[in-house]
Design a protein around this ligand. Structure first.
Ligand SMILES: Nc1nc2c(ncn2[C@@H]2O[C@H](COP(=O)(O)OP(=O)(O)OP(=O)(O)O)[C@@H](O)[C@H]2O)c(=O)[nH]1
Ligand SMILES: [Mg+2]
Length: 234
């Protein structure tokens, strides 16, 4: 899977969610647009993870995220499918909680992060999952990330993390933003899972699925582009 940054500068004034509409369809390539949010206790490493995924260097200094920040990056899923991710990195501090809730609503995927050296950040995971259930009514894809595995003073084992994830039906990845371990997998696994769910919705019945609609919009755009070309050239 290849990646490319389409935009690295946060646009602080935009709070509009993205949709699963394809951004571009060319020669049968469908590019989905997904909204991904990162949540979890303050200081667990959400911003560090996003920054590493974007290709920036790891920063030892801690700068608390104010409310939320966003970045965009494109992924190539397979030769005929791509995904353009709008990534919302929220602040974990309690005082921003009511503001950051607005980002849950139309998210297609959620990265829930805890720090393997911080028991409190692990114990709070149940309340974060409750937040998701309350604020996102969709069948949202979730990946749990146990971050900071480079540190020696870890208190939450890999088995504990995996058990929690299995019990709650979410994916699980251990990562180190510092050492650059698994900094892309959470985003790639989410995109794959969201696309898989969209395709599964297609199975069996004759109802027009979300993916059908997406493809149709894409095909229509392509036809319109072709028509425009024809008009221009004649
Ligand atoms: N050793 C180590 N330190 C990390 C890692 N990831 C983040 N940190 C450090 O942890 C601190 C907090 O990281 P942030 O990414 O700012 O945490 P955050 O979750 O975005 O915090 P808020 O914005 O307050 O919600 C910083 O000092 C980082 O350098 C990691 O994988 N290993
Ligand atoms: Mg942050």
């Amino acid at each position: 899977m290849s990646t490319s940054n389409t935009q690295s500068e946060p646009q602080k004034d935009s709070t509009k969610p993205s949709s699963t509409k394809p951004h571009e369809v060319a020669l049968n390539k469908t590019i989905y647009q997904f909204k991904i949010i990162l949540i979890g206790q303050s200081g667990v490493g959400k911003t560090s993870l996003v920054n590493r995924f974007m290709g920036y260097e790891f920063q030892e200094n801690y700068t608390c995220t104010i409310n939320a920040d966003f970045k965009m990056k494109s992924l190539s899923i397979d030769p005929s499918t791509g995904a353009e991710l709008t990534i919302w990195d929220t602040c974990g501090q309690e005082r921003f909680r009511s503001l950051t809730r607005q980002y849950y609503k139309d998210a297609h995927g959620i990265i829930l992060v805890y720090d393997v050296t911080d028991e409190k950040s692990f114990k709070e995971l149940d309340s974060w999952l409750d937040e998701i259930r309350i604020n996102n009514k969709n069948d949202v894809s979730i990946v749990l990330v146990g971050n900071k595995i480079d540190l020696e003073n870890r208190v939450i084992t890999k088995e504990q993390g995996k058990q929690f994830a299995d019990k709650n039906g979410v994916m699980y990845i251990e990562a180190s933003s510092k050492d650059g371990i698994n900094v892309e997998s959470p985003f790639e696994d989410l995109a794959n899972d969201i696309i898989k769910k969209l395709r599964e919705k297609n199975g069996g019945d004759n109802m027009e699925t979300e993916e059908d609609k997406i493809k149709k919009i894409g095909e229509r755009n392509e036809i319109e582009r072709q028509r425009e070309k024809e008009v221009r050239c004649c």
